[in-house]
Design a protein around this ligand. Structure first.
Ligand SMILES: Cc1ncc(COP(=O)(O)O)c(C=O)c1O
Length: 359
């Protein structure tokens, strides 16, 4: 199928299921949907499409910085987190990289385009895909230009505590490696301050934090991402290399309202926590499935009987359900799939259908 989740267009073309009718569990987007005030604003400003976007977008910069409580000078915005990550590797041009895996596929792709040799620090099923920090720091000591960590990790849903991130940072400081942490799913985590590396930003200029704003704010079609780093010389180099107008007029407009809605943030975290537990408890009881504990808005699941994910996927598509086949992730195979935490009705539906095909 596709390299990433969310390719409902391909499913429509290949399986004849209308994209509007697909219940997409393959992409991890906020089940509350787009902020209502933004939708209204968008409708009023459709005419903006005929003008060039503001190349400086000061409101978006300031609002992002105050929402995440960071210095605006330590930020860079991009056309989705994906643009920032490929730009980061292009500009820093590491020769060697260590990627904690299985993880988001774009690291590997962008590193390879940037000419880096990638090694993997394997997260094992036996450890619930949680890294052993002593082993990881020992590996870092071997010497890499950059260490890449996704926290919480896609597709496993596991997260490293900030105290352990601190240990990793001390090790990278000794060896001179940069630490690239992707916190694109951090906003979904209840108690995120005990996991986020944000508190280390001032002290460690070698730390770069990536955030996607497309998941939590349900804007994957709009494209908006953020990089945070206290190495302002690096940020200047990245800004000089980014294509002009990569922040389109509607992404700029979104910035004017999406950060001013504390109710949306609170409701999202409550809904996701409650529904994540519902999915976990329901699937945990199924003897043919193994579900891995997650701290964010998706779950990794393994099929334990003879069925494979493509087989299950075809069955589920009869009910318009799309799941993420995880066989193209390093160290996973065609027994692993990922499902997003959606709203109550949709979660009840997938749980029912999973027990129909796997009980
Ligand atoms: C861990 C992770 N980081 C970054 C991205 C890219 O996000 P964006 O839509 O902002 O480019 C994704 C998308 O799936 C992701 O899973």
């Amino acid at each position: 199928m596709s390299n990433h989740g969310g390719n409902i267009y391909k499913i429509e073309r290949e399986f004849g299921v209308k994209k509007e009718e697909i219940i997409d569990f393959s992409s991890n987007i906020n089940p509350l949907g787009v902020n209502k005030r933004f939708v209204k604003l968008l409708r009023k400003n459709t005419g903006d499409v005929a003008r060039y976007p503001d190349p400086d977008y000061p409101d978006l910069k300031n609002k992002t910085a105050s929402f995440y409580e960071i210095n605006p000078d330590f930020t860079i915005h991009g056309n989705g987190a994906t643009e920032i990550l490929s730009l980061y590797f292009r500009i820093t041009s590491p020769k060697t990289a260590l990627v904690v895996s299985p993880s988001f596929l774009e690291y590997e792709r962008s590193l390879s385009i940037a000419g880096a040799r990638t090694a993997y620090f394997r997260l094992t099923e036996n450890s619930g895909f949680n890294p052993d920090i002593e082993n990881l720091t020992a590996e870092i000591r071997k010497g890499y230009d950059v260490i890449v960590v996704c926290n919480p990790n896609n597709p496993t849903g596991t997260a490293i505590k900030a105290a352990d991130i601190g240990k990793i940072l001390l090790e990278t400081k000794k060896t001179g490696a940069a630490l690239f942490i992707d916190e694109s799913f951090m906003d979904f985590v209840d108690g995120r301050s005990s996991y986020s590396a944000k508190k280390f930003i001032d002290e460690f200029p070698g730390l770069f934090i990536l955030k996607s704003l497309t998941k939590f704010f349900a804007l994957p079609g709009l494209r908006l991402g953020l990089g945070i780093c206290s190495d302002t010389a690096l940020l200047e180099k990245m800004k000089a290399a980014i294509d002009p107008w990569s922040i389109n007029c509607f992404a700029d407009l979104a910035g004017k309202v999406i950060f001013d809605d504390p109710g949306y943030v609170k409701k999202t975290i409550e809904l996701v926590s409650r529904q994540r537990e519902f999915i976990f408890d329901a699937i945990y009881k199924n003897k043919n499935l193994k579900i891995f504990p997650s701290v964010c808005n998706f779950h990794l699941v393994k099929i334990l009987n003879g069925m494979t994910v493509p087989g299950l996927q075809s069955e589920l598509l009869k009910d318009n359900i799309l799941i993420r086949d995880c066989s193209n992730f390093k160290f996973l195979d065609d027994k692993f799939f990922r499902i997003a935490v959606k709203d109550k009705k949709e979660n009840e539906f997938i749980v029912k259908k999973l027990s129909k095909y796997l009980s």
